[in-house]
Design a protein around this ligand. Structure first.
Ligand code: HEM
Length: 441
């Protein structure tokens, strides 16, 4: 799909060839510059090294996303500028690699750029029309109404963990599958009115969808099954509306132009997909960070630092999204102070993990987890501009319920394996842990 040999984060060629600081494709170009893209590892084998390589490459770096060469943004200041630049749009038909046929539905990351019609994929007035009802459902006042639902789900999951601890106090438990994963899934399903019985199947489908190890024909079958499931839900809710956001979207009448069933399906799909994995990561990474920084955990348990600080610092330090979502240039964009020109038709993603570690923005100790950082921590983990995450308040609420409740019930919580052994799942867009084995007592 592109003729250049990409380097991985540590300067090695994918598959083993070595290089250091110079492009293995030759020509002396630095990794991350045009002609010498840094290959983003789909198996997420060395996230810290990858973040460092991107940071070294500068505010804009050329990356190889499984065969597609695009730009990525690595600094806070440039991300803020480019996320509000109307010359960058979500419309995939503007992408040169798509137009030329070099990228098509067989690309493993197709879900990142061609996710069907929803607020994810449109801009301008159309975007506002698709987004407004969802955003209204997640205002701080509305979230207070959702809080008891979150508390109820978290409480039930913690009861089950307590029963496990009573039965088998020595036996480790995977905090991901037993707590951090089901909580956000159940919350977003409850918000959208998705039948709870579907949750286990949705979980399986999203595991396969996001994993870069899933063969592409299987992924396309997963996407089809998800589309069919959500279309069926929209038909059902249209016939028998309930007290949920999907029904509200069906009944919405924005300026006399109701959303089409296809648009409701797209938004429902966007909400469930975006509304669970990211929050799972937030909760797990916060727990892992606290368990590996016991002095900071103590400050929080002593009430000297609030849980909000833990959540914001985790969002900055271990951004749940690593590389997300692609935008396309509708004209040449000269990026100030970088010497880079993004050419018409080129793709641009945001490397949120590198952005959260930006030293210009967060100081020379940006790589350190420190809940004592002065508030507010101005991170961009939820994006910026018109597409900023509408679920930010909900995920903060979930973490704010989950974390204190977990540590209150299990003050002796400890890792059951050395944390260095905890791997990431092969998910290119998310900082998703494979598991988090812990001892509860
Ligand atoms: C820690 C948790 C979360 C993180 C880090 C996160 C991150 C993000 C980011 C970076 C974007 C911007 C994408 C872009 O600019 O193209 C985004 C958009 C979005 N998020 Fe989240 N998100 C989280 C939780 C949620 C939740 C809980 C929901 C829903 C319940 C949600 C729903 C969405 C939707 C629908 C969009 C698309 C908005 C648009 O395009 O206008 N997210 N999220």
């Amino acid at each position: 799909m592109n003729g250049n040999a990409p380097t991985t984060a540590n300067g090695a060629l994918p598959g083993g060839g070595a290089a250091s600081g110079r492009c293995p494709a030759g020509g002396g170009a630095a990794p991350g510059s045009p002609g010498c893209p840094i290959a983003i590892d789909p198996l997420v084998g060395a996230l810290a090294e990858e973040t460092e390589a991107l940071r070294t490459a500068g505010p804009l770096a050329r990356i190889d996303l499984m065969g597609a060469e695009v730009w990525t943004v690595t600094t806070h200041a440039q991300a803020r500028k480019l996320l509000t630049d109307t010359r960058l749009v979500k419309d995939i038909t503007r992408w040169n690699l798509w137009r030329s046929g070099e990228i098509d539905e067989s690309w493993p990351l197709i879900g990142m750029v061609d996710a069907g019609r929803s607020m994810f994929t449109v801009d301008g007035a159309e975007h506002r029309r698709l987004r407004v009802k969802t955003a209204q459902a997640l205002t701080p006042r509305r979230l207070e109404g959702i809080r008891p639902v979150v508390e109820g789900i978290a409480g039930r999951l913690l009861d089950a963990l307590e029963a496990h601890a009573a039965r088998a106090p020595e036996e480790p438990v995977d905090l991901k599958s037993a707590f951090a994963q089901p909580l956000p899934m159940s919350v977003v399903c409850s918000l959208m009115g998705v039948d709870p019985e579907l949750e286990p199947r949705l979980h399986q489908l999203y595991e396969a969808f996001f994993s870069m190890l899933t063969p592409q024909d299987e992924r396309l079958a997963v996407i089809q099954e998800l589309d069919d499931l959500y279309a069926q839900m929209v038909r059902h809710k249209t016939a028998t509306p309930g007290d949920d956001l999907t029904s509200a979207l069906i009944l919405a009448d924005e300026g006399g132009e109701p959303l089409t069933p296809e648009e409701v399906r797209g938004n429902l799909e966007a909400m469930v997909a975006a509304g669970h994995e990211t929050t799972v990561t937030l909760i797990l990474c916060a727990v892992r960070a606290l368990l590996t920084h016991p002095d900071q955990l103590q400050l929080v348990l002593d009430g000297e630092v609030g849980w909000e600080a833990v959540i914001e610092e985790t969002l900055r330090w271990e951004s749940p999204s690593t590389h997300l979502l692609m935008r396309f240039a509708t004209s040449d964009i000269e990026v100030e102070q970088t010497g880079v020109v993004i050419r018409t038709g080129e793709g641009v993603v945001m490397s949120y993990r590198a952005i959260g570690r930006d030293r210009e923005q967060h100081g020379q100790d940006a790589d350190c987890f420190d809940v004592r950082r002065p508030a507010p921590i101005r991170h961009l983990a939820f994006g910026h501009g018109p597409h900023i995450c509408p679920g930010a308040g909900l995920s903060r609420l979930e973490a704010l319920v989950a974390l204190p409740a977990l540590f209150e019930r299990f003050p002796g919580l400890s890792p059951a394996v050395p944390v260095t052994e905890i791997r990431n799942r092969p998910v290119l867009t998310q900082n998703e842990l494979e598991s988090l084995p812990v001892r509860l007592r």
